[in-house]
Design a protein around this ligand. Sequence first.
Ligand code: DC
Length: 223
Amino acid sequence: MIKIAIDGPGGAGKSSVAKLVAKKLGIVYVDTGALYRTIGYYVKEKGIDPKDAPSVVSCLPNIKIEVKFVDGTQKVFLNEEDLGDKIRTPEMSMYASAVSAIGEVRSFLLDTQRDIAKKNSVIMDGRDIGTVILPDAEVKIFLFASPECRAKRRYEELRAKGQDVSFEDVLREMNERDKNDSEREIAPAKPAEDAIMLDNSDLDLEGTADAIIAIVKEKTESK
Ligand code: DC
């Protein structure tokens, strides 16, 4: 069993590359951002301000989140409903970022994440995987790229999905979200002390996956 933690800011390509590495290594890819997005979605549906911590916390007992893997793809169910791409909009990114700053929300999702890693070899992406969720992960990588480069990737990804967004809006939202996620008091997005920093501004998807696999090999073979 192996645990690989991939943390870093939005748009660094964590999910695409982690998916590819999971496939190449035959392990499970876990997208933890989807869990925060799911809570953000519930809160939005209820018309609650995601920054209103007491109201968000009072919702938690009514939320049941289940993670299932169908043909190697993660599906997250909110009270038995598969939300699919409904959690993938820029608005849901902001909702997720806001609810993720609330300590009770983070504790609520802790066991769900750890349980998956207990049962499977995983590559898990998020913001606090190496620092909080899997501090004993064999491999920890902090993946990053320049803000412009990350915004360009996110912009292209959203346009490809048919979403009508402007580059300026994507860049502004990305900077705002980076600030929220890295400056929050609880579990801020930051590299673990023993994380390897990987800048993929000049690497494509395959190049980034190869770099990660080389790090995994080096770490596991040296043990
Ligand atoms: O990775 P993502 O863009 O889907 O994440 C959405 C938000 O969820 C992100 O802005 C911060 C939060 N998040 C978090 O706080 N911790 C994680 N492990 C994953 C995501």
